[in-house]
Ligand binder design. Sequence first.
Ligand code: ADP
Length: 196
Amino acid sequence: MINIVLFGKPGAGKGTQAEFLKEKYKLIHISTGDVFRFNLKNNTELGKQVRVYMDAGDLVPDELTTKMLIDEVNKNLDSNGILFDGYPRTISQAQALDEYLETINSAVTATVALEADDEILIQRLLERGKTSGRPDDQDEDKIRNRYQEYNEKTAPLMDFYKSQGKFYAVNGIGTIEEITERLSLVIDELEVKVKG
Ligand code: ADP
């Protein structure tokens, strides 16, 4: 399996790029944010548990998130590989992912980050909030809180993956096509390495 972690701040374009990459490389796209929002909308037990965190722009506790993620991966064990979008977001989640993938004889192939400046992204999210209906996109304080969560809890993952030699970054500013192209260059190299 080719397992790719798409990494980036809120609004960096992970979801948009994932839509293209999953087609191009025949990968399964798992977006933790989308799975949580599906559960919120359908008011499931999980939805009820995560609502307070999501509405505030706080991270959902690791235990709940990891359990949900593993359930999603387990549905796709026969796939070419997985595009992880929004997971892991803490060191503890990254460790849980490594441990879990090992049990299915797999591993994270690489982490690819979309890089962009905070102020540009905050404006993008406020714009998205006008049409997305996402309460966490409509209020600048909540958006800033998501960046704080990112800086405190998620940014340390860059060193985690660098120390494993698995971290790649591309410039996340440009047209959607340009960015897909930059990501593809990285993934093509990985495919060559994985397949030998
Ligand atoms: P964005 O990247 O634009 O902030 P997401 O759709 O990826 O949006 O996530 C929305 C919200 O879902 C997060 O603010 C958080 O509350 C919750 N969430 C998603 N993934 C995780 C995760 N791996 N760990 C904890 N909470 C998460």
